[in-house]
Design a protein around this ligand. Sequence first.
Ligand code: UD1
Ligand code: UDP
Length: 351
Amino acid sequence: MILGTRPEIIKLAPVVKELEKRGIDFFILHTGQHFSYNMDRVFFEQLELPQPKYNLGVGSGSHGEQTAKMLLGVERVLTDERPDVVIVQGDTNSTLAGALAAVKLQVPVAHVEAGLRSFDMSMPEEVNRVVVDHVSTLLFAPTQLSRRNLEREGIVEGVYVTGNTIVDAIMMYSPRIEEAKLPLDLPMEYVLLTLHRQENVDNPVRLASAIKGVGLVAEELKVHVIFPVHPRTRLRLVEYGIRVPDGLVLLEPLGYFQFLKLLKGSRVVLTDSGGVQEEACILGVPCVTLRYNTERPETVYVGANVVAGLDPQRILSKTLEMADKRGSWPNPLGDGRAAEKIVRTLKDDLG
Ligand code: UD1
Ligand code: UDP
């Protein structure tokens, strides 16, 4: 299993648990794409995951540099280990490098969360998803919609609709949410914000626009906006000299239990994260997506999510629209048994 970032660790945790339960031999190769304690190790500790057998320590860099270093390291490990299959998840550079290195060595690739599409090739994640899906042997699509996206690209063999493992993760770990200690006393009412997409935060106009919109939300709803800040975003806020308006409370990135507790209690969440859109939908928290598209349209169709874009007035109006919609929508993302289905299929396929 190859992973490298916060969401991959969280979404592969249920698969790890299922492999362990069935006594299947596996190891984790960590690319080291995420490396800060609160973006990486905290999740291994909280989710009680085995230590990676390898950590390539690749860290940050341009897309080419980061992916190239990963390719070299992954190839070396796979050449030595010769696994029967490589499991990758999602759409990061670690996913791409893991899948490419494996397929070139003729090691079959199993892609967890296959078939998501934003149809926006300017996003690095969309490029990664498309490439990885086209070199995978087993494709675990979370929903019928993602299966249809694959079908439209001519990928029909080896596709299984499993649900998203994020549902499994929430079900598995939600008993631990209540015990989580937060680094602040929570107000009665608050809004949660996360923001980290490259196309948003590496663009000073877009980043300033998003922050302005969120400031309007804090002012109009008279609430604090709690903002655990991704390291990329913290760097850009400083670099672009963007002033954070009153009403925003900036925190360091949180552990999983802390974050879910904060999300569960929030009136509405504003985010450009993929995983957070899904979790909000599952937990019944209305979501305003600070992007121009989403590869999670199921959350929009059930009424849990709205795609607002980055214009400040539109962020405000869409948030006001969603703020009282705390949810009674159906969960379109799975029944919490995705990992079981994935591992059963892997086992059947490998014989
Ligand atoms: C990556 C993924 C993105 C995913 C996100 C999850 C790609 C192309 N992008 O974006 O799809 O949604 O992870 O969070 O793979 N940094 C730290 N400590 C860390 C990690 C990052 O300080 O542990 C800082 C570094 O300065 C780095 C910046 O954050 O330059 C961006 O990190 P990087 O891994 O390149 O991309 P993400 O924005 O995290
Ligand atoms: N998350 C977390 N702490 C935080 C922010 C997010 O544990 O401070 C979790 C969140 O619950 C979700 C995942 O990180 O499961 C989402 O990761 P991210 O937004 O970085 O990436 P994306 O899902 O957009 O790829």
